[in-house]
Design a binder for this molecule. Structure first.
Ligand code: F6R
Length: 369
């Protein structure tokens, strides 16, 4: 049942090319226009949307945070991402022209379900991005976009995370298309690039030996920090969450720009820090800015574990390790950069002799508030 892998998590990490492919399958018609099947909100209503809330918990919320960058860029609709349990009780500003997008692998997370019900009671349109057919959250929503990523058994979410990002991107491109032709061309181009992502994930998975070695050397580590910027920021937090869950190590993800506002005080000799580096073509010089962050923490003794694009030589002088990911345009990078972090957490958990698929104190779906 584990298809020759030692754990479900390892199996599911390796299923990620297929998961993304299946999430994207059948989303465009013969003219290259996006089509969504389970949509019970009219295009008319959707084209009137002036605000989006994304509600989710844990890993699903990090997928939502990643999607915010892309959806706002493509649609110019303001997107707010709220942890579902916070949304429910914070008096959110929601009306009939608000689209509340829930993201949930299980479709049963009580916090997320309550947020969806609350949104509906306030008159919002609700759309569920979900992996589990016939689960509660899709049933309680006006529209559904299924991931089709296949069942996820390991408690720690991996392939669903990639499916969630891909599904949110499809939604963003669809909304962009509804808003007119200027956006529609972008949509075609991004979809074309998205279809090439599964092969790039496969290339990453074919070359994980070094990440595995790094993990085994770090079995006694007590704290790991993760830095990222822009779409790399939620990836840093996801990397930290995977490590907490799987290896019971204190781990924290920061926005790289926050370093000098506090977290840099944590850097002492030997402190391992993963840095998710934006590609050199990222707007606003973000690549250069993150490279100088690496330089700053290295000067203070940090052990820098750098995730950077193939061909990015700027990081090399300041990196203790460089983990390469294939090139992609900036908004699509998260679908690649998260993979080595998942693999790292998997092997660190294994190195410590822990239960990878069933970490202590956790349940696959959290059906209580
Ligand atoms: C992380 C993890 C949890 C879930 C969260 C939401 O690996 O598994 O953080 O992502 O409990 O679960 P779903 O997506 O089922 O709503």
């Amino acid at each position: 049942e584990k298809g020759g892998y030692a754990t479900f998590m390892e199996k599911e990490i390796n299923e990620q090319p297929a998961a993304v492919r299946d999430t994207l399958l059948g989303r465009t018609d013969e003219n290259g226009r996006l089509v969504l099947d389970d949509m019970r909100i009219s295009e008319e209503e959707l084209s009137q949307i002036h605000r989006i809330y994304i509600v989710a918990c844990g890993t699903a919320a990090y997928a939502g945070m990643t999607a915010k960058y892309a959806i706002e860029h493509w649609t110019r609709i303001p997107v707010e991402v709220a942890l579902a349990h916070e949304f429910r009780y914070c008096d959110p500003i929601v009306d009939e022209r608000t689209l509340v997008v829930s993201i949930s692998q299980s479709g049963e997370t009580m916090d997320t379900l309550m947020a969806v019900k609350h949104a509906r009671s306030l008159g919002a349109k609700t759309l569920a991005i979900c992996n589990t057919h016939g689960s509660t959250i899709p049933r309680e929503s006006d529209a559904v976009l299924y991931l089709h990523a296949g069942p996820e058994i390991a408690v720690a979410s991996t392939k669903a995370f990639l499916g969630m990002i891909a599904a949110c991107y499809v939604l963003g491109l669809y909304l962009a298309q509804l808003r007119g032709e200027t956006y529609a061309d972008d949509a075609k181009q991004v979809m074309a690039e998205l279809h090439g992502i599964p092969d790039k994930i496969q290339a990453l998975l074919d070359d994980t030996e070094r990440v595995k070695e790094i993990a085994f050397f770090m079995a006694d580590t007590r704290s790991v920090l993760f830095l990222g910027r822009n779409v790399g920021y939620p990836i840093a937090m996801e990397g930290a969450l995977k490590l907490k869950e799987l290896a019971y190590i204190h781990a924290e993800g920061f926005a790289a720009g926050e370093l000098k506002h506090g977290p840099i005080a944590l850097i002492e000799p030997g402190q391992p820090v993963f840095i998710v580096v934006p590609g050199p073509d990222t707007p606003h010089d973000l690549h250069k800015k993150v490279v100088s962050n690496i330089q700053e923490i290295r000067a203070r003794g940090a052990r820098t574990l750098v995730i950077a694009e193939e061909g990015d030589e700027d990081v090399v002088p300041f990196a203790d390790e460089v983990i390469r990911v294939p090139q992609a345009s900036p908004l699509l990078e998260p679908l690649l950069t998260v993979v080595p972090l998942q693999v790292f957490a998997l092997h660190l958990s294994t190195a410590k002799g822990l239960d990878v698929d069933q970490p202590r104190n956790l349940a696959k779906s959290v059906t209580v508030e």
